[in-house]
Design a protein around this ligand. Sequence first.
Ligand code: HEC
Length: 96
Amino acid sequence: MTSFRLASVSLFLLLLPTGTAFALSGDAAEGKRLHQANCVGCHDTSVYTRKQRTVHSLDGLQAQMSACSHAAGKKLTATETENLVKYLNDEFYKFE
Ligand code: HEC
């Protein structure tokens, strides 16, 4: 019984949003999947948290996204971009 309760509590915590005050639209889970599929070939996620990171705003993040997808030769749809921005911002940048 106790372990069942523990399991439901951890499930609940897993399902909680990652805690950003700003509600961007987009699907972070889908963004993460897209990121895995399209982005980690050139860099891993450490570029998003390094000290000298170059992105300092949501607009900058959007601009970097199009620069990178251009470099990758991949055309992201508006929805894909939205999902990626949502994922990167929720997980790493946390711009408001
Ligand atoms: C063709 C190679 C390539 C691909 C594929 C690529 N990137 Fe990049 N990305 C780069 C390079 C190069 C940099 C700059 C790294 C540096 O300055 O050290 C960069 C930097 C970034 C930054 C800025 C990090 C910072 O300093 O704040 C973001 C955000 C980013 N990429 C997102 C993405 C996303 C999202 C994708 C997938 C859609 C992606 N990248 C795919 C090459 C790529």
